[in-house]
Design a protein around this ligand. Structure first.
Ligand SMILES: Cc1ncc(COP(=O)(O)O)c(C=O)c1O
Length: 367
């Protein structure tokens, strides 16, 4: 039995017909940019998260750049970013004109914490940018306290966390603003690129709306140098079909995670650790194993999908050489060396989880 790394296609396929019908309606409407589908999706996604505003943009990277600028981050400012994340998190800080300051992560949860961020706060720090890595929410309570104590803005990179919760609140509703990516592999993944900025702050939302449209509210008067970065009507129509299924998919992903535990995987590898009070949406199911590379190779040979992510963390990326870390990052380095994503997805069966668990125990010679 082969076990795919991502089991998402079987849950999407039954919805293709409905997506095609809705996208066909867009096609016939003749309105492709910033029309009723985007407006409706923005309202529906904001309601799902429990926030006041959602601003649809072209992708999750632009969402970060625009959100940072809307929060007042710019040249001369520093933003504390975890060094274990997708490159775009820091890239957006640079593109907003600011300096990314790379911090360590908790080696068990893979997330930035108050303890890893605090030593890097200085007079130029303007914002904290925690990432809910692999769908596991960062400890936003303590990060909020830290941000308040130092007068900092708090932006969540929730690209991987659509559907996750912390103390009953949705990831994305926990900071001054949050950003999402609707890249196809994400938990709420569209049929192309897409992203969003969400916030309760009327001013931040209004600035983000202006920035996504060339710094203009009305196409005539341009008050800022902005971007051409809109979620388009085709994508919004597709996302509106998928959104009502997100909570169910998240439940299924959590069931898969629980099944790995029940199959005794904890005896072979370090299981993912959820932040206290959180419900991860398991964008990826990432375990720890000192023999990571051998395990990955052997699993591939027996048809079990596995992949190491962020093996070159941000402090080792040549493009960020201007922003060297200000101290050792042991949590990031150990995660980069030892972590491995195993099969995860809403359509993974109990048998597939049992098979993957059995194969892992066999490779590592654990019973
Ligand atoms: C943590 C994180 N931040 C930002 C992004 C950027 O999103 P996008 O690819 O939609 O630009 C991604 C995903 O690609 C991501 O995983």
């Amino acid at each position: 039995m082969s076990v795919p790394l991502f089991a998402i296609r079987p849950v999407l396929e039954p919805l293709f017909e409905e997506v095609a019908v809705r996208q066909n309606e867009v096609l016939r409407s003749g309105q492709y940019i910033l029309g009723p589908e985007v407006e409706a999706f923005e309202a529906e996604f904001a309601a799902f998260l429990g926030v006041r505003h959602c601003v649809g943009v072209a992708n999750g990277t632009d969402a970060l750049t625009i959100a940072l600028r809307a929060l007042g981050v710019g040249p001369g400012d520093e933003v504390v970013v975890p060094a274990l994340t997708f490159y775009a998190t820091a890239e957006a800080v640079v593109n907003a004109g600011a300096t990314p300051v790379l911090c360590d992560v908790d080696p068990s949860t893979f997330d930035m914490t108050a303890a890893t961020a605090e030593p890097l706060i200085g007079p130029r720090t303007k914002a904290l940018l925690p990432v809910h890595l692999y769908g596991n929410p960062a400890p936003m309570g303590e990060l909020r306290e830290l941000a308040s104590a130092h007068g900092l803005r708090l932006l969540e990179d929730a690209a991987q966390a659509a559907g996750a919760k912390l103390n009953g609140r949705m990831a994305g509703a926990l900071g001054d603003a949050a950003t999402f990516s609707f890249f196809p592999s994400k938990n709420l993944g569209g049929f192309g690129d897409g992203g969003a900025i969400v916030t309760d702050d009327d001013g931040v939302a209004a600035t983000a709306r202006t920035l996504r449209f060339h710094g203009s509210e009305n196409k005539e008067l341009h008050t800022e140098v902005g971007y051409n970065s809109r979620l388009d009507e085709m994508q919004a129509a597709g996302l509106r079909v998928l959104l009502p299924h997100l909570a169910g998919w998240t439940e299924s992903r959590r069931r898969v995670a629980a099944a790995y535990t029940e199959n005794g995987l904890g005896g072979a590898v370090g299981l993912p650790v959820e932040t206290e009070g959180s419900e991860s949406c398991y964008h990826l199911y990432v375990v720890r194993c000192p023999e990571r590379d051998r395990l990955a190779e052997r699993l591939a040979a027996v048809g079990v999908g596995a992949r190491a992510y962020y093996t070159i963390p941000l402090h080792r990326q040549p493009a960020l050489r201007e922003f060297p870390p200000r101290g050792p990052l042991p949590g990031v380095d150990s995660a980069a060396a030892e972590s491995l994503a195993l099969p995860m997805g809403p359509a993974l069966s109990d048998e597939q989880v049992a098979e993957a668990s059995r194969a892992i125990r066999e490779v590592l010679a654990v019973n």
